[in-house]
Ligand binder design. Structure first.
Ligand code: MIC
Ligand code: SF4
Length: 641
């Protein structure tokens, strides 16, 4: 039996386990990336591991999230990351160089290699045939120290792309179509591998849009083959020596298969407040937009923004629309500046933001109260824009640009009939890596600079005899890490200050939660399906840990968050009978007796003291994960403490 692209790369990097669906496998990680809002914590954890030099082929620390610098905290964190990177052998991409995933695709990604990043959109590099995984900071710290990264051997979904996209329809519509079919939890423990004749018509940046937003499926990762287009892209980035061809064998086995007819695809839009709430743009009523935001790691490439410039050229945005554009990288911005496209965008009325995440993570540009914001981003969770009452829609650059002109969400196909929006892949991108700082040859002399905002992170205690506590909150399905540990312009500067963040834990679900948790001296959380979807931020586990949360009982968990809970010594338990979820109420007193003994079993007995009931919950984790829990978290486990 032949192999898929995914299996070929997994096989090359397999350190432990067998490539059998559902089994745990350990992988050798060649590259890592961090960004600043998860990076401070990841490097504090790396330091705690006591390793001098990273043991990866390439590790890069990016500054792209915390860019507003409304106080000294962000700049202090940047200095910390820059100095710690220099000391330990990590490349440092300075503020202004761009969004981690865009820059990594341009300058570092290598087909066939493995990449672990402390950001959920690390699969972006799957666009050039690299196997990228998002993970919590501690997993990335361990990988930097040379440790393997563990995943459940995923099922592999073949996404066959047939035909060719018509004008006005783009890569974003392909991933929105996959999201429409699979929904935000449909990708759990699956890799989405793209094949078919349609692949050859997609450039690497377009492929990266698709693999990037594959994160919203809850997938382990997404990947394209490495072919002529990949070669073209790497050559244009001055990196043709990084090219290797990787294609699936003819007789490769896939667990599932979907076919997307690109010729039939229409412009799509994800409606509030979930990336899988997808409908055809043409089916919408006339929805007036207040803001259009173009950028983010999903759609901020040179090709995307050139298309936007071609659409906006010689036109003016609608009177009531604010159009903000954040180019994905310094490379993109400099190329737009050099060829005059930037002037076209500005002339049409666009507000140009710096090359960073910006509005995507609520760092500025929050919409007006009750406003409609149309964004080329990947997430539209309620409140993420910084305006809880805003309605955020997600769509392609074509839909965004045309809608900015008309003032309402518009299907671009008809509008663009006579507009030439073609963009050729450049033969050579503008390469200037002067914002990428190399690490010191010998880091011993480098002093690590720690600002006053950098506080020690909480360490779990080894698990005791019993876990007893009150149910502090009961939430429904699809709770995101943005609910558990919100991020916005006011909170993001405190990513290295867990005590400060703890005042905001789960506040979007219940403003009283932090106080209650403190008053009760900790307790338990009850969740629905897909608990912890979205961001990889470990803070969504560290902050509950700080507040004394010992276990989360949910109908199901998102992959990265479940691992983050385990890494921080919190039990992720799933209901064996969903009705039990209905039986438990907030303030019920629960007890898990003899936890250490129970940890060796797949089922855990939970007693409801208040209601005098017993429930059987599943502890669906591996032997290794059980040992991590017994040690009181991953850090203790790898240090043998
Ligand atoms: C996001 O898009 O939610 C983030 C902000 O990039 C996060 C990382 C973080 O919370 O810092 C992610 O996707 O992992
Ligand atoms: Fe940044 Fe948004 Fe991408 Fe997260 S999804 S890395 S916040 S641009």
């Amino acid at each position: 039996m032949g192999l898929t692209v995914t299996e070929k790369i997994l096989k090359e990097h397999l350190v432990s386990g067998k490539l059998v669906r559902g089994e745990e496998i350990g992988l050798r990680i060649e590259q890592t990336l961090t960004q600043d809002s998860t990076g401070t914590m990841a490097y504090l954890q790396f330091e705690a591991l006591g390793i001098d030099r990273v043991r990866t082929k390439r590790s890069v620390a990016y500054i792209d999230h915390n860019m507003l610098q409304t106080g000294p905290e962000n700049a202090d964190d940047h200095l910390y990351i820059q100095s710690v990177a220099k000391k330990h052998g990590i490349y440092f991409s300075k503020a202004g160089n761009g969004i981690c995933h865009q820059v990594h695709l341009e300058r570092f990604g290598v087909p066939g290699q493995t990449l672990l990043g402390s950001d959920s959109h690390t699969p972006t590099c799957g666009g050039l045939g690299m196997l990228g995984f998002g993970a919590g900071g501690l997993d990335v710290a361990v990988a930097m120290a040379g440790g393997e990264y563990y995943i459940t051997m995923p099922k592999i979904v073949r996404v066959e792309l047939r035909g060719k996209l018509k004008k006005g329809v783009s890569a974003k519509d392909i991933i929105l179509e996959v999201l429409r079919k699979y929904k935000v939890k449909g990708g759990l423990n699956k890799v989405f591998e793209y094949t078919g004749e349609g692949v050859k018509y997609l450039t690497v940046p377009e492929r990266a849009t698709i693999t990037n937003m594959g994160a919203e499926l809850g997938a382990t990762t997404s990947i394209f083959p490495s072919d002529e287009e990949t070669y073209k892209f790497l050559k244009a980035q001055g990196r043709k020596e990084d090219f290797v061809r990787i294609e699936a064998d003819e007789d490769a086995y896939y667990d599932e298969e979907i076919i997307i007819d690109l010729d039939k695809l229409e412009p799509l839009v994800a409606c509030p407040h979930s990336p899988d709430n997808v409908v055809a743009v043409s089916s919408l009523d006339r929805i007036k937009v207040n803001q259009v935001a173009i950028g983010s790691c999903t759609n901020s490439s040179y090709m995307d923004l050139m298309k936007v410039a071609n659409i906006l050229e010689g036109r003016t945005i609608a009177e009531d629309v604010s159009l903000v554009i954040s180019p994905g990288s310094k490379q993109v911005l400099s190329m737009l500046a050099a060829n005059g496209a930037l002037a076209k965008l500005i002339a049409a009325g666009a507000r140009i933001l710096e090359s960073a995440c910006g509005p995507c993570i609520g760092m500025g540009q929050s919409p007006n109260t009750g406003g409609v914001s149309l964004r080329t981003f990947n997430r539209n969770f309620k409140g993420r824009s910084g305006t809880p009452s805003a309605n955020v829609y997600l769509a392609s650059p074509e839909v965004a640009a045309v809608s900015a002109l008309t003032g309402y969400i518009t299907d671009p196909v008809e509008y663009l009939k006579d507009v030439d929006i073609r963009v050729e892949m450049p033969d050579r991108f503008l390469i200037n890596d002067n914002l990428i700082i190399k690490p010191a040859e010998d880091g011993e002399e480098v002093e690590v600079i720690r600002g006053p905002n950098i506080k020690p992170f909480p360490r779990p205690k080894a698990i005791g005899e019993d876990i007893q506590g009150k149910v502090l909150i009961k939430v429904g399905d699809d709770i995101t890490t943005d609910h558990i540990m919100p991020s916005n312009a006011k909170l993001l500067p405190y990513r290295s200050n867990i005590p400060y963040l703890s005042d905001y834990c789960l506040v979007p679900c219940d403003p009283e939660f932090p106080n209650r948790a403190r008053k009760q001296g900790g307790g338990l959380i009850i969740g629905g399906h897909n608990y912890g979807q979205g961001s990889s931020r470990e803070h969504a586990a560290l902050v509950p840990l700080y507040l004394g949360i010992k276990a989360v009982l949910a109908k199901s968990f998102a992959r990265i968050h479940k691992q983050n809970l385990i890494n921080n010594g919190i039990l992720p338990l799933t209901f064996s009978k969903e009705e039990d979820y209905d039986r438990i109420d907030p303030y019920d007193e629960l007890i898990i007796e003899n936890v250490l003994t129970q940890l060796d079993k797949d089922t855990i007995m939970v007693k409801n003291i208040t209601k005098n009931e017993d429930y059987t919950l599943l502890l669906d984790i591996t032997e290794r994960q059980r040992n991590i829990l017994k040690s009181g978290g991953l850090l203790n486990y790898v240090k043998g403490e």
